[in-house]
Design a protein around this ligand. Sequence first.
Ligand code: 1CP
Length: 347
Amino acid sequence: MTGRNPELQSSLFLRSLAGEVTSIPPVWLMRQAGRYLPEYRETRKKAKTFLDLCYTPELAIEVTLQPIRRFGFDASIMFSDILVVPDALGQKVWFVEGEGPKLEPLKDETDLAKLSVDRVLAHLDPVFQTIRGLKQSLPASTPLIGFCGAPHTVATYMIGGGSGTQSEIIRRSYEAPGFVRKVIDQATEASIRYLKRQIDEGVDAIQLFESWASAVPPALVEDHIIAPLRRIVTALKAYAPQMPILAFPRTMASEVVRATAQLPVSAISIETGLSLSEARKQVGQKQALQGNLDPLLMVTGGDAIDRAVDAARATMQGHPYILNLGHGITPDASIASVERLLKSVRG
Ligand code: 1CP
């Protein structure tokens, strides 16, 4: 765990998470392992399905390491997906090439009763093997980020059944609030067990992806987003007080960012649509901000990247900052753009 290895402790990423303002910000990219890399596309062919890729430690380790080898990012993120949790609970989950995840949606409490948190850790054993393998093979100075989806986001998929169905959970919470609460509770409980085990296996930080925060109306923010996150963060802080936690409430609503920052998390990741200057007003002085660069810059390239990096650094002067995008890097991104980004940051 964090603390044993001085090289890790002096990494830019962990120093920023500890509240230090570093002269050069650490850089990593959400979805840094992915289809924009030719070596990823090669490895992807070795697994039949996307879930097989996630559950084959040798392949998951390889694709996690690829962007570290190529770019030397300041942090790595274990290769998996947020939807391994519903899969582990016993829900039917599959991925359609080019479309994304599909799930057999939960209609009611009868469907929910077929799932079980007790099977989660055994099912996710390959992920734990991946973490152990990564701790052996990553450079000693590169921290490993573990993650899961935040409960509202995971429940969005469990109830809606796939991409583009994020209003279904909202509709159901007006019609059947008790059912939705139970789904969110199930995702929360599974996530706590899953993350504790990731910590046992040696991850150096945890990121919670609330990718559908933008779909939640103000009246539901506390129940859907904040209370479940508080449960997770409280459980993890009791289990491993030093473990840095990053939260990514993907929304332009600054009050949701503020409420998330009131939890004992080390960093808040900011989506592209909210300005860093506004985000800075919503978080504590010691809480790092992460992200916000437009993923489209990695597609278009050029000196717009330098301008965006300079602007972000100027806004974040005097505040801990982790350079990242406002959302995942896309399959049409270019390697030259990522190289330019790193050059722009590191000189
Ligand atoms: O490199 C990394 O970042 C690690 C791997 C990783 C992570 C952290 C993947 C691999 N997925 C995720 C998280 C994830 N998965 C999120 C949270 C972050 C975000 O908002 O993007 C979400 C919402 C998912 C669900 C998911 N899985 C989607 C989004 C669909 C939608 O509803 O818009 C998609 C397209 C996937 C498939 C997937 N997961 C990961 C990759 C590389 C892919 C694409 C498939 C492939 O490249 O083969």
